[in-house]
Ligand binder design. Sequence first.
Ligand SMILES: [Fe+2]
Ligand SMILES: [Fe+2]
Length: 265
Amino acid sequence: MEKKRRNSLEWISYFTTNSQQHRVDWNLKPTITSRELQPILQSLQAWQLGETSEGKNLIRASTIHAKKIGDLNYLNAVELFIKEEQKHGNNLGRYLDSINEKRIKRDWGDSLFRKVRYFNTSMELWTLAVITVESTAQIFYQCLKDASDCALLKQICTDILIDEAPHIQFQQERLEIIFSEKSFWQKQVSFFFYHFFFFSTSLVVWFAHRKLFKAGNVNFIKYFVKMESKYQKTIGRLYPFHIPSLARIIYHFLFLNRTVFKRVN
Ligand SMILES: [Fe+2]
Ligand SMILES: [Fe+2]
């Protein structure tokens, strides 16, 4: 069912209420085994670093955007959104501390993403990047949760997963607003770029974190089918026709035998 679009004040109220929810019991002791930890540790450390960004560049892009559309409340909503991301980084860091593993300071994926973020002052590119990365994050945290029996780690992942769905909605609504102001031809070009960006970034995330995805029982085909469905619910909704990826076509012919090409409203 389609969710109602929230205005900036409603988002501020949502983020404020959500920040008061404490879903992790820090009295629990970590019980992860070294066998469980081995395939996930590097990715856990990289993701922890990625979640701790100060968000200065996003604030910069949001300030320009908020002034342009005359909605300064949007800036406050973005600040609360960044705070929630930092909570994820803090919780993952606290978990790494509790199992005596270090918090890393550098990671190639993170450094690359930080450089791209530094030069990016466009709200459109920000929302596109966040929707894409948050979609991979939903699969990532579900796999992290499934890769171990540790109750503390499961609670941390559940808490993050509860936060992530509204994060995507928050950015999706912004992209919809920006996209709707484009001309017919601008829409064609942008949509092609969104599609390319979403799936090429998904591919990079798969290669960087495939060990963790596999530990959570998600193989390459499953990963892409999940990403495809996330794409349809977000960026794909902006445009009436959906182009299925090769992974989806193979998956449907092999397992589901359903119509592959379908119209999306
Ligand atoms: Fe996050
Ligand atoms: Fe998020």
